[in-house]
Every structure is written in C-alpha cells, then in structure tokens.
Design a protein around this ligand. Structure first.
Ligand SMILES: [Zn+2]
Ligand SMILES: [Zn+2]
Length: 382
C-alpha cells in the first residue's frame, strides 16, 4: 500500500510499504478516506522528537471498515468509522476509568498512553496511508451516520482536534457566561474557540499573529488578538476591564515563540497566567515533552521551562494538562455535527490526495498563508 513515510528532518515521501492487515482477532482494518496533517505531526516532521525514520505519520483518521477479526462483534465491514488518536485497550484500569489517553496496555511497560504514528507513543503505524490497522476495534471505532461520506471533513476532526479543543475548555473549568482566552489559533486553538462558543462563553479571545487564522476565529464570533501588534496580555486586560479572562487555553506547545521568532517553551504559559484572573483556570493541550534535544537552551533540552510559578500560585489558579481522552467526547461531538449544530470543517483549507502530502507538509510547516488545515484523501488520486 502507499503511505507517507518519515525519512529525517523535513523529509517525507509517499512510499510503497507492506499492507496494514489484521494481526489479532480483535483488530479492524480500515481503508482510510480522510486523514489530517496535525500541528503535532510538525514537531516530528521538523526532527524535534525521536520519531524513528521509516515510520508512517497520521493519527487523525477516518475511513471505511474493509475487514474485521474473528473476535470483533459490533463493528462490521462497510461501516464508516472515526478512530480516536489515542490507541487504548478498553479494559485496563485507566481505560475503565475513562482515561483512554493513558491506557496502560497500548505502549511499552512503564509508559501510559499511545497513539498512531506518534513519537514515544507506542509502535503503531499512522494512518496517512491507504489502510490502517485499528487494534481493539470494537472499543476504538466510533461509527458514523449516513452522511459520513459527504461530511467527512467535519467528522475527521473527531479523531483529535475537536475533542482536544473541547478538552482544553473542559480542563479550564469554563462555565456558560464566562470569558476565555485561547493562546494559539492553529487547528486545535480554533477548535477550542468553537467549543467555547458552543458551550456558551460570553467572550472568546484568540491570540495569534497569522491573519488567516485570526480571520477564521472571527468567523465564529471570537475576538482576534494579534500579538505582533502589541502585548496580548495588555489586550486581554483591556477587553476584560483589567480583570483578566475567567479561563485560558494553551494550544501552542513547547515550540512556542514570540512574534520576533525567539523560541521559549514557557512563553504562552506565562502569558496565560498573566491574562487569566485570580482563581481562574487554564487547560493546557499544546504538546510538551520530557526531553527536547533540539531545544534552544540547556533548560529546554531537559524538558524544563522558566514557568512563572510564583505568579501562578499567587493568583490561586488551576491548570489541567495532557493529551485529551478522545472517547470521553467524540460520541457527543459526532451528534453535534450530525445535527448541523457545528461545522468544524470551516478551518479546512486543502483537500488533497496522499501524493500531495510532502508538498503540504512543507507549506503547513512554513505556516504559509492560507494553509490552515490539510485533509488528505488516500482513496483519491491526483
Ligand atoms: Zn492531531
Ligand atoms: Zn487500556
């Protein structure tokens, strides 16, 4: 089958690789019809992780079931399904408690949590390929309704970024009628904004510096804040009468940098602490890593940050962290899409065949204007 393979920093190509296949009786084999390029793929693409050469990217996957193992009971051939990016077994202690983001059986012993095509998240090949093996298929696959094919650019957001944005808002503790500031207007930040709007925020502010992203934020009723035009903290304070936002979301991650291009992994976290009110809450879903050998200084290389803990403690704020448990939300968010209450595909700028992936990685990585979200369709030819 064809798949997008990583060959080293900023080098990917569509190669012929051995077909994905049923390996265990609980597996489901999916023919991928939609698979996204994610911002977290870029950390790996840039060589800022220990993602192994020869592996396949892709953790935001949707497709049609073409084969099921003997022990698969619920999912059937022909079903259109969304596969959460978290690979999870369904019956370990963490999965039983709904913490499928920290499954104890899908990664090597001692590590919790796994994902398709992801550094340090287990051996699972990614779905930027013609076929994907989904382990524990009955537990993993979320079936999609009749309109799955026509609305796949919406439903494909269920595997990661829509639930991840929702989780960021959830962890912030936001209640209807509150204000929220979101740092990062990339796909996850925009999904957090969509989630906050849907959940009844009185005021949603999105901080970024790319005009295309800020325009998308504005389209759903969020207030765009351009941090290249002045301190975003000052702008948030002005918009909240000097009080600060009730809640905040971190949707950037460890490669955060200021508008001048200086990288500082604590930059968005510290600005959030300053932008959020006393006793407010922060949800951090941007990716941070325990080691970052390519980091700009010794501290960041050790996975540490110059975090303003004093200010954070002084303000009595709360923070939630970590990858999102997709299965906690994807069923209900599917229903919101099916009922036309939300349309997460509004951020999609490009629908491309798999052959277009190497070029798309280059442009998305360069944050080229107009490349806001790429959906690959391995079942289509150029
Ligand atoms: Zn993702
Ligand atoms: Zn588990």
């Amino acid at each position: 089958m064809k798949a997008l393979v990583y060959h080293g920093p900023r080098q990917v190509s569509v190669d012929d690789v051995p077909d994905a296949r049923i390996e265990k009786p609980t597996d489901v084999l999916v023919r991928i019809t939609s698979t996204n390029i994610c911002g977290s793929d870029l950390h790996m693409y840039e060589g800022r992780t220990d993602f192994e050469q020869g592996r396949i990217f892709g953790h935001e996957n949707l497709g049609e079931v073409v084969e099921v193992g003997d022990a698969v009971d619920k999912i059937a051939v022909g079903d259109m399904v969304s596969a959460p990016f978290n690979v999870s077994c369904g019956h370990c202690e963490n999965c039983e408690h709904g913490l499928t983001n920290y499954c104890l059986r899908a990664n090597e012993p001692g590590l919790a949590g796994a994902a398709y095509g992801f550094a340090d998240m287990g051996p699972w090949p990614g779905g930027q390929a013609e076929y994907l093996r989904v382990p524990w298929g009955d537990f993993q696959c979320l079936r999609l309704p009749e309109d799955a094919r026509e609305k796949q650019d919406d439903y494909v957001m269920l595997s990661d970024i829509f639930p991840t944005g929702w989780h960021a808002v959830e962890m912030s503790g936001m209640k209807p009628g509150e204000s929220i500031v979101i740092y990062g207007g990339g796909p996850v930040g925009l999904m957090a904004a969509l989630s906050a709007v849907t959940r009844g925020a009185a005021q949603v502010m999105v901080v970024d510096r790319h005009p295309d992203r800020l325009r998308l934020a504005e389209q759903i009723g969020a207030i765009p804040i351009d941090d290249s035009q002045g301190s975003p903290v000052d702008q948030v304070m002005e918009l909240t009468k000097g009080r600060g936002a009730d809640r905040g979301c971190e949707c950037v991650g460890y490669q955060a940098h200021d508008p001048q291009g200086n990288e500082d992994n604590a930059d968005t976290l510290n600005k959030l602490v300053s932008s959020v009110r006393f006793t407010g809450g922060i949800g951090t879903v941007g990716v941070f890593v325990p080691q970052d050998p390519g980091g700009p200084d010794e501290l960041s290389q050790q996975g540490k940050a110059r975090f303003d803990f004093g200010n954070f403690w002084f303000k009595g704020q709360q923070m939630g962290t970590g990858q999102a448990p997709i299965k906690r939300y994807n069923r209900h968010l599917r229903s919101l899409i099916a009922a036309d209450k939300v349309k997460p595909s509004w951020i999609v700028s490009h629908d491309l065949p798999l052959d277009g992936a190497p070029e798309a990685y280059k442009r998305f990585d360069a944050r080229e204007d107009g490349w806001t979200k790429v959906v690959l369709h391995p079942d289509q030819t150029a």
